[in-house]
Write a protein that binds this ligand. Structure first.
Ligand code: KG4
Ligand code: ZN
Length: 376
């Protein structure tokens, strides 16, 4: 079954075609993040105006790429040329079985663009629409083009710009939300502290880049062997790291960074790198500690990561280390960065595993869609 996914919940305009929930035929993402870099955060009106511009070209590209890939596959299989049309909308009706679209959570102006596009396609082609919760869909990056299929039960950590959520998932249709952030999300903590340091948006990759130069400095020093802090380093709190629940809190980190910046004589490349290093260490320490504790408590077979922050290299390093040190029999799944950040392939994949089509008239935007209650 081929599903066309559409994702416009934040600043991306994304369309993808995925076969049987696992095989990515096309995956096209256009992001307006460079525009937001100048303002240090997303301005919803700017995001949705860009999405209006890019929705149709991105849709066309996803369908054309899908057609090209289909042609290559059929050529391989038949060992002869088959007739091929570059007009995506003509071949569209016959090649796609359903349309999946993010209905929330997200920015209302942005969500509407994807939803209205999906409804129009459904009306014109008579294909069913599958409404998708964007946060749940992030988990499905772990099923895409993946040779190592996750084994249930799993603990999934979804860490994005707006969410930090932990789920216990026993099967595709048995989900339990076990914890989340009480205030700022992990990605938000990266974005806000990056802004305080004068770095661009999105803050996560900027902080990671600056942190790596400080990490190089540390590893060049003798202290690296003992993994101890370098004297004089900035020290930030690890909020809620010792609480027995699976909740998080990252807003205090931002306050601590403001306080430490106040004590710093000068913000230069060196001090920004030190701050970045410690911010990344603090956020990743808490994420790893809580997720591993949940995995142990529920005796799971796999840990899955998803969302933009899952692209963080230090985070994956620490997960691997923690599993190895604890001699845990848990397989760790971290999707490639392109599938961690917002994309429509995960929307199509989720829709395949939760096939719950609705008539287009019933599809509604839900900017505050809950992640704590799964209704499937
Ligand atoms: O999932 P996503 O693309 O969009 C949302 O649904 O929010 O996540 C975006 C978030 C941003 O906060 C960004 O700073 C963060 O993911 N991010 C990272 C990295 N790449 C993106 N955070 C840390 N390290 C990264 N390499
Ligand atoms: Zn997301």
């Amino acid at each position: 079954m081929k599903i066309l996914g559409i994702e416009t919940s934040c600043d991306e305009t994304a369309c993808a075609v995925v076969e049987d929930g696992v095989k990515v035929i096309s995956n096209v993402v256009s992001s307006s993040s460079t525009l937001h870099s100048k303002t240090g955060g997303i301005i919803p009106e700017v995001a949705s105006r860009e999405q209006l511009k890019y929705m149709i070209p991105v849709l066309e590209e996803a369908l054309i790429l899908g057609e090209k890939a289909k042609k290559r596959i059929s050529e391989k299989e038949n060992k002869k040329n088959s007739p091929f049309s570059f007009s995506p909308f003509h071949s569209f009706a016959s090649s796609i079985d359903a349309v999946a679209v993010t209905i929330g959570p997200g920015l209302i102006g942005s969500l509407l663009i994807g939803i209205e596009t999906a409804k129009t396609i459904s009306l014109l082609t008579n294909k069913p629409i599958i409404p998708v919760n964007h946060i749940f869909a992030h988990v499905y990056a772990n099923w895409l083009d993946n040779k190592k299929v996750p084994k249930f039960p799993v603990v999934a950590l979804i860490v994005s710009g707006g969410h930090t959520e932990l789920f216990l998932i026993k099967s595709h249709t048995d989900w339990k939300w076990i914890g989340g952030t009480l205030d700022d999300a992990a990605g938000e903590a990266f974005d806000k502290t990056a802004r305080l340091l004068g770095l661009g948006y999105p803050g996560g990759p900027e902080i990671a880049k600056m942190a790596s130069s400080h990490a190089e400095f540390i590893s060049a020093s003798a202290l690296s062997q003992t993994l101890k802090r370098v004297q004089g380093d900035i020290i930030l709190p690890r909020p809620m790291i010792d609480t027995k629940d699976f909740n998080f809190s990252f807003s205090g980190l931002k306050t601590a960074v403001i306080r430490e910046i106040g004590k710093t004589k000068q913000l230069n490349n060196d001090t920004i790198s030190q701050f970045s290093y410690e911010i990344q260490e603090a956020i990743t320490d808490v994420l790893v500690e809580k997720t591993i504790a949940a995995a142990k408590k529920y005796n799971v077979k796999s840990i899955l990561l998803g969302g933009g922050v899952a692209a963080n290299k230090r985070l994956s390093e620490k997960f691997k280390l923690s599993i190895a040190r604890g001699e845990l029999e848990i397989s760790l799944h971290i999707p490639p960065a392109s599938l961690c950040t917002d994309n429509a392939a995960v929307i199509a994949s989720y829709a395949y595993f939760h096939h719950n089509p609705k008539p287009w008239q019933e599809i509604q935007t839900d900017p505050n869609l809950s992640v704590e209650v799964a209704d499937f």
